[in-house]
Design a protein. Structure first.
Length: 324
């Protein structure tokens, strides 16, 4: 038994040997060196508080635990981001479709099976009698992953962490007002559901789908592309952690890389970028949570016209694309 603490879900005692061994495995510990934001904090939007893929993965596991998910689904939650490469979705942009900006941000999913096969994860899972293929078949787990705009443990954890860190709203405000209804995660309080959905939409507009995010992603991808083509780094490096890669490119002496990184440190960098270039389209993330109304779940958009209007405006704005 070991005791763990999390900023959102508090202190937890974990006794299951399979979970304890997975938490000590090199493949899972590697996620501590992978940033959730992609572009390193010192080259990102000023004031951004980043968390690691480990923090998020462990949080998903704890939320599933809180919702009484099966041990198999808890394991799947802990491991769902195991194949994220260094710099997370930046690497998806870099390697997906030949490095085209504005990719589907899913390269880590395309390589997942191959990535897992080269780790100690299948051996650990098999040691405790679990089927590795079943664990990584996320279609089996309705609490872990669901399509937008539904709630799921993955979507809830990363957004609650962002709201907690960036907007300074206590994460437990949301995690303590969740319940299950016929295998779906719903909110038990309409006001809390509305607050969550509105803040999620705010983060989509100001961060995840923002011009700032797209511009910084695209310019950081340029720096990494130069380093790859110049042999300063290799694709294999991205299967490790971020610090060794940053050490190599920051000390490369390449003037173009130095210029890009210097510009990214400028707090007003986005405002200085020209308005002519490539138009990219960021994924439109939004939620339309269900709320328990007299024992029946109803989508927020069906009972709150103001939220429905805000959603329509945000979707239209996102559809216009961003010049990078």
């Amino acid at each position: 038994m070991m005791e763990f603490s999390d900023s959102i879900y508090g202190r937890h005692e974990i006794t299951e040997p399979v979970i304890l061994e997975l938490l000590e495995s090199p493949a899972v510990l590697r996620l501590k060196g992978i940033s959730q934001a992609g572009v390193p904090v010192k080259y990102n939007v000023p004031g951004l508080i980043d968390v690691s893929r480990y923090d998020h993965s462990f949080g998903v596991f704890l939320l599933l635990r809180k919702l009484d998910a099966s041990i198999e689904e808890q394991i799947a939650g802990l491991l769902h981001d195991i194949s994220h490469l260094a710099f997370s979705h930046v690497a998806d942009w870099l390697f997906h479709d030949g490095g085209a900006v504005g990719s589907q941000e899913d390269y880590h999913e395309l390589i997942k099976e191959k990535f897992i096969a080269n780790t100690d994860i299948p051996e650990i899972i098999g040691k405790y009698g679990f089927d590795s293929r079943a664990i990584f078949d996320e279609d089996r787990y309705s609490l872990l992953e669901r399509p937008l705009p539904e709630l799921c443990a993955d979507r809830l954890d990363y957004s609650i962490r962002e709201i907690h860190n960036q907007l300074e709203i206590q994460g437990s405000t949301f995690s303590n007002n969740l319940a299950l209804f016929e295998g779906q995660i719903i909110f038990t309080d309409q006001d809390i559901a509305t607050l969550f959905a509105e803040k999620f939409l705010y983060l989509q507009k100001s961060h995840w789908g923002s011009a700032s995010d797209a511009i910084r992603f695209s310019h950081f991808v340029k720096a990494l592309t130069i380093a790859l083509k110049g042999g300063m780094i290799q694709e294999a490096d991205f299967f490790g952690t971020e610090k060794p890669i940053m050490d190599k490119i920051e000390n490369s002496g390449n003037e173009e890389i130095k210029r890009i990184l210097s510009n990214l440190k400028d707090s007003s960098f986005e405002d200085k970028v020209g308005r002519e270039g490539v138009k990219v389209y960021k994924k439109f993330r939004y939620v339309d949570p269900k709320i328990s109304i007299e024992g029946n779940p109803k989508n927020l958009s069906a009972i709150d016209g103001r939220f429905l209007k805000a959603l329509e405006i945000a979707r239209f704005e996102n559809s216009q694309g961003i010049i990078v």
